[in-house]
Design a protein around this ligand. Structure first.
Ligand SMILES: [Zn+2]
Length: 384
């Protein structure tokens, strides 16, 4: 088949096989099972770790080759987002190859990344049949969904079974336009707050008989937004507080309302914690509006992996293959790296993500080959 004449480590063949598993979240297990068979064939000891019950049941996989250190783990997901309503030019689960491009749901996010890592292990073992360290894979079938029975549960199992690695590489697509642009070494935290100020309703002509909650809300939001939270840190852009909604719902022109509500979101860097920011919010609110309700939800803390030896090895491996020195970045949305960072250092590098979650998701065969070479180079540098 076109594109498979020269396929180092079998990366294209494996990526295509995985795409042909229609593993839309929640994964039916096809992608996990197909991968398990391949890993056993290479010599990994594979543990299937389904968690949850009924519709929430999630297939997961942990596989390890060797027992020594350094222990390097590759993390990823076999589930994919739905095809969507717009028509595709290529069968989303067909694995079509046209003009050096492999099409299908999951091509870049992130079955192609998983295939590249497996192919890299094959190539590495050809050169180093008895590595001193060990290699593992943490693969979940629920990253694109609620993610409750996926990576979080597998990490708990890994800790209970003394399988926490020395370093973890997540294979999510990190490059905006071409291979070699970005390695992610952290991400910002996120906090949502809803502030409800209660006043005393009254006639606008007699304000001394009322207590206007809108004025209190505006004053406290003014203080919260008056100064930047910080000026950024070594690896992070400045934290940002954005007011997202103001709700009074007052239809009258002559009534001071009884209640006013404001919502805000804070994206925060490593100079803050969710708890510190919550305390600051509550203090400012209490000064302007004693008795106001403050509901806070922290959807994630920030994390940073120091760019020391393993990250530098990854950077060198990227440079050796692509010729680019990748930027170390902490921006963008979430991934399972936020969970892994609680256990060990973690960085992310994968394919070009321009077509992820879109119609006709695709990956260039040349990018799959490059990523395989990068992962193999990284294994050689870290494992020796
Ligand atoms: Zn993904």
């Amino acid at each position: 088949m076109a594109g498979l004449e020269h396929d180092p480590g079998g990366v294209v063949a494996l990526a295509r096989d995985l795409i042909r598993c229609p593993s839309v979240t929640p994964d039916d297990g096809c992608g996990i099972n197909a991968l398990a068979a391949v890993l056993e064939g290479i010599g990994f000891s594979v543990t299937l770790l389904p968690f949850g019950e009924g519709a929430a049941r999630t297939p997961n996989l942990y596989a390890r080759l060797g027992t020594g250190h350094p222990h390097l783990c590759f993390a990823g997901h076999t589930d994919v987002v739905p095809v969507g309503d717009a028509p595709w030019a290529h069968d989303p689960f067909g694995g079509d190859i046209h003009d050096g491009i492999l099409f299908g749901r999951g091509a870049c996010d992130m079955k192609g990344g998983i295939a590249a890592f497996v192919a890299a292990v094959r190539l590495y073992l050809q050169k180093t049949p008895a590595p001193r360290g060990s290699i593992s894979l943490l693969i979940t079938g629920d990253e694109e969904g609620p993610a409750t029975n996926g990576t979080v549960r597998v990490l708990e199992w890994m800790q209970a079974n003394k399988q926490i690695p020395d370093f973890c590489l997540v294979g999510e697509p990190t490059n905006p336009g071409e291979m070699g642009e970005v390695i992610k070494i952290g991400r910002r935290g996120s906090l949502n707050a809803c502030i409800t100020v209660h006043g005393t309703q009254g006639h606008v002509a007699y304000p001394h008989r009322a207590d206007n909650p809108v004025h209190r809300l505006l004053a406290l939001l003014g203080e919260l937004t008056a100064a930047p939270l910080d000026a950024g840190s070594a690896w992070f852009e400045p934290s940002s507080l954005q007011v997202t909604s103001l709700d009074v719902g007052n239809t009258a022109t002559n009534v001071i309302p009884a209640r006013a509500q404001g919502r805000l979101n804070i994206r925060f860097n490593d100079l803050h914690t969710g708890a510190d920011l919550s305390g600051w919010l509550r203090t400012v609110v209490a000064r302007h509006a004693p008795g106001a309700e403050v509901a806070i939800a922290i959807s994630g803390e920030s994390f940073l992996t120091q760019p020391d030896a393993p990250v530098e090895a990854l950077r060198q491996a990227v440079r050796a293959v692509t010729g680019h020195v990748p930027r170390l970045d902490t921006g963008g949305g979430t991934s399972d790296a936020r969970f892994i960072s609680r256990y060990c250092p973690v960085a992310e590098f994968g394919l070009v993500g321009a077509s992820m979650h879109k119609v006709d998701e695709h990956v260039a065969l040349a990018d799959l080959t490059q990523l395989t070479a990068i992962y193999c180079g990284f294994l050689e540098k870290v494992m020796g």
